[in-house]
Design a protein around this ligand. Structure first.
Ligand code: HEM
Ligand code: NAG
Ligand code: NAG
Ligand code: NAG
Ligand code: NAG
Ligand code: NAG
Ligand code: NAG
Length: 327
């Protein structure tokens, strides 16, 4: 009787485990099917970042853009012959690193054919980019599968740099991220660069008057002067500025220092000061004395973002190439 009950419990647990395996991501997903995957990805990342350290930013951003649109399903990577994919939408025009992702995918395919999704590769690359920039390390839950649909106008789900706090919290809530995740993940802007056009409305066209005195009053004046000297006009569509000047290749707490001084680059960065909760977080971390706490928060929020509506189990596919669906 007791042993029969034990068997029942064991069967029940096995069933629960199987359901979870289908429904959820987990740390050891490839431990049998592709135990080398993290090493293969890491090796490519170390090589790429030693040649081009500035690639860490775009690769972190790519995972964010993937997860916010249709969940973390690799849809951001798909090409479209008639130019109607996510890639073709306005916010993507500043994404880069697609060729590198394809190279990592090829290396992973060589080690473990038809096993690891492009969506998981993006999550691993984002983590490694942060870690290799002296940021936190975290274990990435895996088991995402790739979608086959990518629709340009769905990039509406991405917050524009002009967003206020209300818009930011709404768009984050749509992928189950809260105000803490918002302030924590915004600090991804401690690495990387931005084109002038992503914020030049704050310098020259804040109310649509297109002149140098039409400025965003919430941007600190000295910083505004500095940005104007880099971004000479509203039509500058090529210049890049460091988002965290002086340490844009290092993942640190400087983002909060900048934002607390009203030197956040985008309106969305400055908007974190308009809410009491996010403002308090910015001010606490602007001191730079709680780095470990911020690193732990960042890791936790990245894992949460990486959980946005993934395809799992028998859903989706494992693409052979990240830019095209399998034939
Ligand atoms: C909160 C809402 C956000 C807005 C409005 C926003 C907006 C932007 C914009 C406009 C750029 C500059 C693109 C360019 O002109 O080249 C950028 C860059 C970047 N963003 Fe965000 N972002 C947000 C959240 C995030 C999140 C959650 C992450 C990752 C955790 C992230 C990581 C990055 C990185 C690393 C770059 C630099 C990319 C590069 O170096 O090319 N951003 N973001
Ligand atoms: C673009 O191509 C996709 C498939 O390749 C198709 O589903 C879609 O309807 C096309 N869109 C337009 C506007 O032609
Ligand atoms: C997005 O495109 C689809 C068809 O491709 C269309 O049905 C839908 O209305 C569009 N949505 C918006 C917000 O433009
Ligand atoms: C935030 O921006 C949205 C969209 O631009 C706007 O409708 C809304 O009124 C703004 N909210 C506040 C509090 O400014
Ligand atoms: C300036 O802002 C107005 C209103 O937002 C916009 O319609 C116009 O296109 C902007 N000008 C440029 C050159 O971006
Ligand atoms: C950038 O600006 C230059 C000159 O104003 C223009 O010739 C070029 O087409 C623009 N490029 C894009 C991608 O808008
Ligand atoms: C990287 C990439 O594919 N960028 C594309 C984004 O969309 C524009 C069109 O809107 C293309 O010209 C870019 O090549």
């Amino acid at each position: 009787m007791a042993s029969r009950a034990a068997t029942m419990v064991a069967l029940l647990l096995a069933a629960v485990a199987a359901t979870c395996a289908r429904a959820q991501l987990h740390d050891k997903f490839y431990s049998e099917s592709c135990p080398s995957v993290e090493d293969v990805v890491r090796k490519e990342m170390v090589r790429a970042l030693s040649l081009a350290p500035s690639l860490a930013g775009p690769l972190l951003r790519m995972h964010f853009h993937d997860c916010f649109v249709r969940g973390c399903d690799g849809s951001v990577l798909l090409d479209s012959a008639n130019k109607t994919a996510e890639k073709d939408a306005q916010p993507n025009q500043t994404l880069r690193g697609f060729g590198f992702v394809e190279r990592v995918k090829a290396a992973v395919e060589k080690a473990c054919p038809d096993t690891v999704s492009c969506a998981d590769i993006l999550a691993l690359i984002a983590r490694d980019g942060v870690w290799l920039s002296k940021g936190p390390f975290w274990t990435v839950p895996l088991g995402r599968r790739d979608g086959s649909v990518s629709i340009s106008n769905e990039t509406d789900a991405l917050p524009p740099p002009t967003s206020n706090f209300t818009v930011l919290t709404q768009l984050f809530a749509a992928v189950n991220l809260d105000a803490k995740d918002l302030v924590v993940l915004s600090a991804g802007h401690t690495i990387g660069t931005s084109h002038c056009f992503s914020f030049s409305d704050r310098l020259y066209n804040f109310t649509g008057m297109e002149n140098p005195s039409d400025i965003d009053p919430t941007l600190e004046p000295q910083y505004m002067m500095r940005l104007k000297s880099k971004c000479a006009s509203l039509n500058d569509n090529t210049t890049l500025v460091e988002m965290d000047p002086g340490s844009f290749k290092t993942f640190d707490t400087d983002y909060f220092k900048l934002v607390s001084k009203r030197r956040g680059l985008f309106h969305s960065d400055g908007a974190l000061l308009t809410d009491p909760f996010t403002r308090a977080y910015v001010q606490r971390h602007a001191t730079g004395t709680f780095k470990d706490e911020f690193f732990a928060d960042f890791a936790a929020s990245m894992i949460k973002m990486g959980n946005a509506n993934p395809l799992t189990g028998s859903q989706g596919k494992i693409r052979k190439k990240c830019s095209v669906v399998n034939h």
